[in-house]
Design a protein around this ligand. Structure first.
Ligand SMILES: [Zn+2]
Ligand SMILES: [Zn+2]
Ligand SMILES: [Zn+2]
Length: 303
């Protein structure tokens, strides 16, 4: 009787969880990859897409094209960034111009540290709004990991914030550190690898949660995925790749290149991000190969 009850409760809770998942735009990757993870129990790794758009955003200023005037919310793209929760550790990757609005929309209330993938404006200009997280931490500097190029850009834009503590109450303060090849944390490991992006390099990130062993890969803003980065991404539950637009670009992968990289990595679930107004969500999502989808603002993945 007890076993029967337990089974019943389990199926009710699974049903409720799935119902919740679909109602609230959350995608349980375990379900999509065969259900084994849903049935095994819920782990805690979560990825929140704060933004999925290219540097100009979608809609673009003064454009009347079908995507810019679309009423599909998945065609409304703020600039690309993600928030990763790994065994309770909150890691913010990049700060878009809409960072404050993205935090409000997605109810981001916690941040343990910040990773700046590179110093381009669409990833760095929201950083002043990190001030609130410095304040909530008791007026201390937020640790910021980046490349030499990224740290140089932060120093140029935010000279007032390069301090142990905020210069005045409520101001931002950043403790800049070079991104190490691997961070071994109580909640898991974060590996980094460099990806070519025009004249600079972007930090490609691989998160491996300790409790579940789940692996998540974020390769934004890159022209290709070099062999080392392909090797890092093997066996991941989810991979996110730069998939700018259908046409070629000198510093970003286009959709075809991103699909080729996805094939090479061989992950069962890949999402494309950093998209322009040339990419209508429904049209392109239908055209993409099995296992490759477009990301959109507000998409939450639970691994
Ligand atoms: Zn970018
Ligand atoms: Zn447009
Ligand atoms: Zn860039």
């Amino acid at each position: 009787m007890r076993d029967e009850l337990a089974t019943y409760e389990c199926s009710i809770s699974l049903w409720l969880k799935l119902r919740y998942a679909f109602a609230y735009d959350e995608i349980f990757v375990g379900l999509a990859t065969g259900g084994r993870d849903v049935l095994r129990g819920f782990s805690t790794m979560e990825i929140i897409f704060l933004g999925s758009g290219t540097s100009q955003g979608v809609p673009m200023i003064a454009c009347e094209c079908a995507v810019c005037t679309s009423t599909d919310p998945r065609n409304h793209r703020t600039r690309a960034s993600i928030h990763v929760v790994m065994d309770g550790l909150h890691v913010q990757v990049d700060a878009a111009p809409e960072f404050r609005l993205q935090c409000l929309r997605e109810k981001i209330t916690q941040m343990d540290f910040f990773i700046l993938t590179h110093g381009h404006a669409d990833h760095v200009v929201g950083m002043d709004d990190l001030r609130r997280f410095c304040e909530m931490a008791g007026g201390v500097a937020l640790t910021v990991y980046s490349t030499e190029e990224g740290m140089g850009r932060v120093k140029l834009i935010y000279p007032y914030a390069i301090n142990e503590r905020p210069v005045a109450k409520g101001y931002a303060a950043f403790k800049l550190l070079p991104m190490p090849p691997v961070m071994d944390l109580p909640q898991g490991k974060i590996y980094s690898t460099l990806l070519p992006h025009g004249s600079i390099h972007t930090i490609g990130l691989v998160f491996v949660e300790k409790s579940s062993g789940k692996k998540f890969v974020y390769y934004n803003d890159c022209k290709s995925v070099p062999p080392e980065a392909v090797a890092f991404a093997r066996d991941a539950e989810v991979v996110v790749l730069d998939g700018l637009r259908p046409e070629a670009h000198h510093s970003h992968m286009n959709i075809e290149e991103a699909c080729a990289a996805a094939r090479e990595i061989g992950c069962p679930m890949t999402y494309l991000t950093h998209m322009t107004h040339h990419v209508d969500y429904v049209t392109w999502n239908e055209k993409l190969p099995t296992g490759v989808n477009l990301a959109y603002d507000g998409l939450r993945l639970k691994l």
